[in-house]
Design a protein around this ligand. Structure first.
Ligand code: RB5
Length: 149
């Protein structure tokens, strides 16, 4: 499984820790920066990760900024992306079961790195629900996206 990862200056330390954590588990990581605390614009990194997922070069995207909010807003502008901001074990699980998230975002100023790694573990082991109501809602997200083009 290939995972695209990106961060801004507020998230790059978390990106490093998440990358090591996932590589140890055998995941292949595609790193889209940034790699220092020099200020960058989070949408520039969000779009690179989101496009890798949209083009099926990666199976999942992970984005980190200070809040996780900017990254999720920016990633959701890319076609086919369902980016979820995860702040708890509950949202880690339900973003997979209910929303079939293909990009997950985190805030380095919201959760500790230990919490974020535990949320990622929960997300990875959770399966998308194929119950009709969830699938129907996810399908509608894609449908509305096309209608608004
Ligand atoms: C950068 O200071 C901060 O605005 C950014 O990391 C993020 O929190 C935006 O949503």
């Amino acid at each position: 499984m290939k995972i695209a990862i990106g961060a801004d200056h507020a998230g790059f330390e978390y990106k490093k820790a998440i990358t090591e954590f996932l590589q140890e588990k055998g995941y292949e990581i595609m790193d889209f920066g940034t790699d220092s605390n020099e200020a960058v614009d989070y949408p520039d990194h969000a779009v690179l990760v989101a496009k890798a997922v949209n083009m099926e070069k990666a199976d999942l995207g992970i984005l980190i900024c200070g809040t996780g909010i900017g990254m999720s807003i920016a990633a959701n502008k890319v076609k086919g992306i369902r980016a979820a901001l995860i702040t708890s074990s509950f949202t880690a699980e339900s973003s997979k079961t209910h929303n079939h998230a293909n990009v997950i975002t985190f805030g380095s100023r919201v959760n500790t790195i230990a919490e974020v790694l535990s949320f990622i573990e929960i997300f990875m082991k959770t399966k998308e629900s194929n119950e009709t109501r969830h699938q129907q809602r996810v399908d509608k997200i894609g449908k509305y996206e096309v209608e608004n083009e």
